[in-house]
Structure formats: structure tokens, C-alpha cells
Design a protein around this ligand. Structure first.
Ligand SMILES: [Zn+2]
Length: 268
């Protein structure tokens, strides 16, 4: 059996490719596509190289230092939030938002008259301060790697543009914990960027640690005890968003790649 990303006679990855985090991630995407859950699981070991992790309290405090509102966000962000909100089941009472950021979905849900019991957690103290000031809820500073919630606590857990900031060697543990804190039949709603082509970037400004494909995200969720349910793809056109998205979806269908995936998955 050969290395997944080169021709060397070593499976799943040769020692050279194991040291390149982009090759390891590519190998995960390849195995996810092939439906090989068992061999895919092997590629989350700490022995494989990972992209350097810049996600700290201070890194995010800087990002959250200027005031932001939903109305001033780019179309792709609004679209993502609207779609994610549409995946929240009607009977939802208690909801957890992992990676609250500047509270955009909280703002949107409030504008729609939704009155969920909202919990939120973020690595940034600034995020927590913003949320506490603007919204009613239980907001705290904490790490996604040690979520301080009990079993069967939530109807819905949200993690929008968060999973790509989680180390691959820890993602299955995090998703397993998300599964645990959801009530039976509860729904996990997440979004990740697509087609970023990070390899070759000299500065990792976004501090992303992953390059997901739709299949890879779905397989990680399946491994972690979920059944994928809803799925939407969106573009990140900076202007003429509706028109360009229409053209990209219906006319020039091969011209642009999708930039973001929103997925909902049910705890099984
Ligand atoms: Zn190789």
C-alpha cells in the first residue's frame, strides 16, 4: 500500500508527507472521499504534523476590539448566519454557541424575536464582555478543548467558523464532547470555510488549522456520533452578492468554487 499523497511504499502516509500538515490534511480529504472511516481515524494521531496554532485569548481580543453589527457585515456572513439560524429546530429551548465572537448570530436571533435560553463560550475575554453587555444569557470565557457543560444539556449547539481553528489531533474529542452535551436528538450546527488553498500562504492571518472538504466534515461528524442532516454551500462575493451567487449557481456553474459550508447534524 502506497502513501496517500506520494508514491512511496508506506501507508497511510510516508514520513516525509507526515511532516507536512497540508499533505496530512489532503490525505484526510482523500480518505473521507473514499468512505474509509477506519483508515481516516488513524490520521488524527498527534504524530502527524499540524499547522502552528495561533488561537489565543490575546490573538482573538485584537480581532474583537472594534464594534461590529450584523447589518454592517459582508453578505456572506449574513447569509451564513441566516442559514444556520434556519437549521435551529422550532421546539428549541436551550442553545449553546461555541465561539461567540462579536455575537452576530445572537443579534440576528434577537432581531427575529427568538427567545432561546442562550449559553455562549469563547476563548476571548473581549467576546465575553461584548456578549454580556448586549444580550441576556450565560456567557463565559473558556476553551473549546474543555467545555464546562454537563451531559444532555442543550437542544442545539452552534459552532460557526470555529472547527477550522481546532487542532486535528483534538477535533474528534471536541466533537465527541459536543455530542455528549447535546440532548438525545439534539442538533449540532456548524460552518467552515472551503477552498481556501492555505498551502503557500506566508502568514496565516486567519489562524486556521484545517482545510475542510464537505466529505471530511461529514465523516468527522459521523465518527463522533452524528447523522448529517442539512447542508448549504455559499460564495463570498464581496459585491453584487445575490446576482453573482445566482449566476454562479445557475449559469457559470464551473466558474467559482464555494467559500463556505453550513451543516446541521443530529445526535444519534
Ligand atoms: Zn508520501
Amino acid at each position: 500500500m502506497h502513501c496517500i499523497t506520494c508514491d512511496k511504499n508506506k501507508y497511510p502516509l510516508c514520513s516525509n508527507c507526515s511532516r507536512n500538515p497540508y499533505f496530512v490534511e489532503k490525505a484526510r480529504r482523500v480518505l473521507a472521499q473514499k468512505n474509509g472511516l477506519k483508515s481516516l481515524k488513524q490520521l488524527y494521531s498527534e504524530k502527524y504534523a499540524e499547522i502552528k496554532n495561533y488561537n489565543t485569548n490575546s490573538f482573538w481580543n485584537i480581532k474583537f476590539s472594534s464594534p461590529v453589527s450584523y447589518a454592517n457585515e459582508p453578505s456572506v456572513t449574513k447569509e451564513r448566519i441566516k442559514i444556520a439560524a434556519s437549521y435551529i429546530p422550532k421546539k428549541t429551548k436551550r442553545l449553546l454557541d461555541i465561539g461567540t465572537g462579536v455575537g452576530l448570530i445572537e443579534e440576528y436571533l434577537g432581531s427575529q424575536g427568538k427567545t432561546y435560553e442562550i449559553y455562549g463560550i469563547d476563548i476571548s475575554q473581549k467576546s465575553v464582555n461584548i456578549l454580556k453587555k448586549k444580550f441576556k444569557g450565560d456567557f463565559r470565557k473558556g476553551s473549546v478543548y474543555s467545555l464546562p457543560y454537563g451531559k444532555n444539556s442543550f437542544d442545539v449547539v452552534l459552532a460557526l467558523e470555529v472547527l477550522e481553528h481546532i487542532s486535528p489531533s483534538k477535533i474528534l474529542k471536541v466533537l465527541g464532547k459536543v455530542n455528549e452535551i447535546l440532548k438525545p436528538g439534539g442538533v449540532f450546527i456548524c460552518s467552515v470555510p472551503l477552498n481556501e488553498r492555505m498551502w503557500g500562504l506566508t502568514v496565516n492571518e486567519s489562524s486556521h488549522l484545517r482545510e475542510y472538504s464537505p466529505e471530511l466534515l461529514e465523516k468527522e461528524l459521523i465518527i463522533s456520533g452524528f447523522r448529517p442532516a442539512g447542508k448549504s454551500f455559499i460564495y463570498a462575493f464581496p459585491d453584487h452578492y445575490v446576482l453573482k451567487s445566482f449566476i454562479a449557481r445557475n449559469i457559470l456553474t464551473k466558474r467559482w468554487d464555494f467559500n463556505d459550508l453550513i451543516l446541521s447534524a443530529k445526535k444519534i
